[in-house]
Design a protein around this ligand. Structure first.
Ligand code: GCO
Ligand code: MG
Length: 423
């Protein structure tokens, strides 16, 4: 396969009767305005630019190389309008399919090509996906505190910002570092700068003794209406997860996230048999095939796949379509390591996809908003992708160039006996 070039014929030689554009460049920009982001820029012969997010927290350079060394040369000369064909080409054509590096790279290309299609047609991407099925997208953000009073203050601050859904994470007595809890005044950021990951000590029993009390206190404090979420971050066995789910039923959680390391999907059957707490899983999944049994066996209530890491807009739509049949909703991943480009892309899917329930939105430091100027917006608990053509993002490349990549890693976790466990 070579590109379809700027002519009007397909590879099989048929005259399409339509003018086509051609990809002339695919560049990777790595910038670190407070944290690392990898961004793909696709340029066409007609001078259009499409932006895609390729950030894979702690493994940024692997995706950058995959794109620069293996994907960019294949994109040159292709017709940017052929989004699905390019997706199939990069997925099926590689033979070594799936996996976070491959799927993040494909995701970046896919998002950038939808951006170009929007700019070619003058339409925001959600219009090209069938138009809006809702007026705004419910979002949740993070609240965090070492102890209960601090957490409740943090939840209140989020409510003052208008949030209707809040994820609550707290410290655990006896542990110095805990996932989701900030160590300073700045917002929580899991990736730590430096040449190697920080090592945390984790104690599941201490967490299981503490978390139900904290979440019950949060519910008492906020009353029945606020949607409360909690992320277990892949740390429990099925038995522990079932017990925690049962204990939390009175709290009325909107969802309990990543209760087990979900590559072992069968264990969720056990959790499901014992608790009705709504389960959300999928932020580390990269394809619809990884979600398949969780969806078709109705082992979860929300799919968490991210537009960046799960193959872009085209593939997230496929996951949504499968989930819709099984009355499962989408609640995509949207932490600080998913760039404003991806957040925008996710919102276009959200506005046009019936079973899209909620979008995670951690927010970004002010400098990130300057580098990635975006048409999407937040207001009173809801997000909207905006009506600019394409995804609605422009990247200030000069500003981006002032913040080069800095090595940063997600932490790793050890049990008290020194053995490795899931972070
Ligand atoms: C979430 C996630 C993140 C991840 C992070 C890893 O629910 O937002 O669990 O906080 O830990 O994206 O890079
Ligand atoms: Mg999570």
């Amino acid at each position: 396969m070579t590109g379809t070039g700027g002519n009007r014929t397909t590879d099989s030689g048929h005259d399409t009767g339509r003018a086509s554009d051609t990809i002339v460049a695919a560049d990777v920009i790595i910038t670190s305005p407070g944290r690392n982001f990898v961004t793909l820029k696709i340029t066409t012969a007609q001078g259009l630019t499409g932006w895609g997010d390729a950030t894979l927290n702690g493994r940024e350079l692997a995706v950058a190389s995959y794109l620069r060394d293996h994907v960019a040369p294949l994109l040159i000369g292709r017709d940017p309008a052929r989004i699905e064909d390019t997706w199939q080409y990069l997925y099926r054509g590689v033979y070594w399919r799936r996996g976070p590096v491959t799927m993040t790279s494909i995701g970046a290309v896919d998002i950038a090509l939808w951006d170009i299609k929007g700019k070619t047609t003058g339409q925001p991407v959600y219009q090209l996906l069938g138009g809006a099925v809702r007026d705004r997208i419910l979002t949740y953000t993070h609240a965090t505190g070492w102890d209960v009073p601090q957490l409740l203050d943090s939840i209140d601050a989020r409510r003052e910002q208008g949030f209707l859904a809040v994820r609550a994470q707290s410290g655990v007595p006896g542990l110095d570092m805990v996932y989701g809890v900030t160590n300073g005044a700045a917002g929580y950021e899991p990736a730590g700068r430096g040449a190697a990951p920080v090592e945390e000590v984790w104690d599941t029993d201490a967490y299981l003794r503490h978390a139900p009390k904290v979440l019950a206190a949060a519910r008492d404090h906020v009353g029945p209406e606020l949607k409360l979420l909690h992320d277990v971050h892949h740390r429990l066995t099925p038995g522990q997860a079932a017990r925690l789910g049962k204990e939390l039923e009175g709290v009325g959680l909107f969802w309990l996230e990543d209760v087990t390391p979900a590559e072992n999907q069968q264990v969720l059957r056990h959790v499901r048999q014992h608790t009705t707490v709504p389960l959300a899983i999928g932020e580390v999944f990269n394809t619809v095939w990884e979600c398949q049994s969780l969806i078709t066996e109705q082992l979860i209530d929300f799919v968490r796949t991210c537009v960046t890491h799960a193959g872009g807009i085209s593939h997230l739509r496929r996951i949504a379509a499968l989930a819709e049949i099984w009355q499962i909703a989408l609640g995509p991943h949207g932490p600080s390591d998913v760039s404003p480009v991806a957040l925008g892309a996710s919102l276009h899917v959200g506005l046009s996809t019936p079973n899209f329930a909620i979008q995670e939105y951690m927010g970004y430091e002010p400098l990130v908003h300057e580098v990635f100027q975006h048409g999407w917006s937040y207001e009173n608990g809801y997000l909207h992708p905006g009506d600019l053509p394409g995804i609605g993002i422009e990247v200030d490349e000069k500003l981006a160039a002032r913040y080069p990549y800095e090595p940063a890693y997600l932490p790793v976790a050890r049990r008290r006996d020194g053995s490795m466990t899931d972070w």
